[in-house]
Design a protein around this ligand. Sequence first.
Ligand code: 13P
Length: 249
Amino acid sequence: MRRTLIAGNWKMNGSLSSLETLINGIKEGLADVKNADMAVCPPAIYIPRVSELIGDASIGLGSQNICDQESGAFTGELAPSMLKEFNCNYAIIGHSERRSLYAESDELVARRFAMAVKSGITPLFCIGETLDEREAGVTQDVVSRQLDAVINTQGIEALAQCVIAYEPVWAIGTGKTASPEQAQAVHAFIRGKLAALNTSVADKVQILYGGSMNAANAAELLSQPDIDGGLIGGASLKAVDFLAIGKAA
Ligand code: 13P
């Protein structure tokens, strides 16, 4: 049985004080979330403070990035060992905003993935098609190509050590959520593709949905058989909304 994971991607939002209020609010309501694990991914500069505020509460902590190298002359990057010093157990990799706005290739995404796994940090591995790609009928080709970048370099077993997030680009920050049927269809395709290579990896891997998931639509999305949680942007920035998604699980 796969456990539900609700992870908040705070992106480049908030301030020291607003994010303190947010994490304290999540901590206060956490006892009411019975059937999901919760995690937050703050902007890097706030990771130390959020880590401190989380303390021993059971909230996972993730980075929004991780370097594909261990240390050295890589200006602006975050070493896995640094993330581990602040108890980060997740790192978002391959988010569409990194792929499209900062030109991250499938190859770079795969290298970041490899470094996270090697360091004991669970990749939140994002894949998904643009609106043009969906309308052209190539959604399955796109997510396959993105998965293959990791499978072909690290083997299918590596996927057992990550969480996949299917995030259709057209649903991110647009208020246009994929319908539960649309999302389930792609999740089932992803799991089927993995199952063709290794059934135990396919059974184990959590596949989250991301893209305008909120308190109102979470229950229906999360009730789909292959949707194992959510990667939440906008709705993770208010404790009540984020907790409501956790409670919907
Ligand atoms: P929204 O929930 O704001 O659409 O963002 C989703 C996302 O990109 C999470 O990584």
